[in-house]
Ligand binder design. Structure first.
Ligand SMILES: Nc1ncnc2c1ncn2[C@@H]1O[C@H](COP(=O)(O)OP(=O)(O)OP(=O)(O)O)[C@@H](O)[C@H]1O
Ligand SMILES: [Mg+2]
Length: 381
């Protein structure tokens, strides 16, 4: 994933979030960090739940429009990405108000190992074109008045969630491979409904099922990592109670017997750390993992360990976190920080200013000290 464009989406008028292997969003309360994450969440939900559901879950289309100076503006989101050494690809979703309803516009251009793909959706009129190798021969396949084949599809739906072409299938897979993580320890602790593990629920409410589906070596990796954060964790299993499931933790000092604890008896910090680590360990690792404020409920020493583990994991999955923790920011290369701030009633995102990076590189001040004194200057202003 290369970058996310946010246009007239929630508090953003026009901003670009440059992604990387490990990117950290910082900024004051209410500056727009979670709104940028909300864009990723919305995009990810399209293939899982369909666009109309994803929008209504957020209180409807009007809630997504950027409001400023007594006016509302129609939102557009665009995700740029790249497969290997191929040219850059993108997917763009625009919602336009039409009376009390909205119309969906989509565009995508994909360059992939299997070929090149283009598609557009103009309010329910779909067109697509593929340049794909079929039986050893490059073939151009295109649609004219493609929507006739999909007459049951209404305006308001996204081509991504109906996946009728190979190009939209690639986008659908890509959006599903973004994982957002906002753990609610109470949901991890309670008895859970068994779920299909296609989707890790961002609040942690299907952690037992997701854990249950992991191969043995991934479970061991998770236990080893968790025990570096919460000493004494030896084993984790899944227990069934009638039609519900829950996690069971075996904890004890080295050389002593371990004790069994159900998830609801474990500490919030343990359940949060466990779930964050689990979210990245699905059978195929997510392409991008977004974690809101990983510092919550985690002890300072353990937090450093968690960040070290995330950094290692960033070789497999791109990681984006939001944080208010100067301790986290101190462990991050200043090039990886993105500053979110508000000006002229709109949110903005920038890298850190060059002069600030230079000061940090010279060892005169740490990024965490700059964050504490509200002096992390964004570039370009
Ligand atoms: N549709 C909208 N148009 C304009 N501004 C909006 C819209 N929706 C939300 N906002 C603004 O965005 C703010 C919330 O931003 P967000 O939740 O991203 O903050 P944050 O940086 O995550 O803060 P925190 O650090 O407290 O979590 C709201 O307080 C509101 O001012
Ligand atoms: Mg927030």
């Amino acid at each position: 994933m290369l970058r996310l464009h946010l246009i007239n989406f929630l508090s953003y008028r026009s901003a670009v979030l440059d992604l990387g292997d490990f990117v950290v969003l910082v900024g004051p309360n209410s500056s727009g960090k979670s709104n940028a994450v909300a864009a990723i969440k919305l995009l990810r939900e399209i293939p899982f739940h369909g666009l109309p559901t994803a929008i209504s879950r957020r209180g409807g289309f009007r809630q997504l429009r950027h409001r400023s100076g007594g006016k509302s503006f129609d939102p557009t989101l665009r995700l740029d990405f790249q497969f290997g050494q191929h040219d850059e690809s993108f997917y763009e979703l625009a919602l336009r108000a039409t009376g009390n309803r909205y119309t969906v516009y989509e565009r995508a251009e994909i360059h992939h190992g299997d070929g090149s793909f283009w598609f557009t959706n103009r309010g329910g009129t779909y067109e697509w074109e593929e340049l794909r190798e079929v039986a050893g021969e490059k073939r151009r396949i295109s649609s004219e008045r493609f929507q006739e084949e999909f007459l049951n599809v209404q305006a308001g739906h996204s081509i991504v969630s109906i996946t009728p072409t190979y190009g939209s299938y690639i986008v659908s897979e890509l959006l599903q491979s973004m994982q957002t993580v906002e753990i609610n320890p109470a949901r991890v602790g309670e008895l859970q409904e068994p779920s299909s593990v296609r989707d890790f629920e961002p609040d942690g409410s299907n952690t037992a099922s997701v854990y249950d589906s992991l191969p043995g070596e991934s479970r061991q990796e998770l236990i080893d990592e968790l025990s570096a954060i919460v000493p004494g964790i030896r084993r984790i299993a899944v227990s069934r109670f009638a039609d519900k499931v829950t996690l069971k933790f075996y904890q004890g000092k080295p050389g002593a017997n371990s004790h069994e604890f159900l998830a609801k008896q474990m500490s919030d910090g343990t359940l949060r750390a466990f779930s964050i680590l689990l979210s990245m360990l699905r059978p195929s690792p997510p392409a991008l993992v977004v974690i809101e404020e990983p510092e919550i409920a985690i002890h300072l020493g353990a937090l450093r360990t968690l960040i070290d583990i995330l950094r290692q994991r960033s070789e497999r999955s791109q990681i984006l976190i939001t944080t208010h923790s100067a301790d986290i920011v101190d462990t991050i290369d200043p090039q990886s920080l993105r500053v979110v701030w508000t000006a002229e009633r709109s949110s903005h995102i920038s890298r850190v200013a060059d002069h600030t990076i230079k000061t940090v590189r010279e060892g005169l001040i740490t990024p965490g000290q700059l964050l504490r004194s509200d002096a992390l200057d964004p570039a370009g202003i």
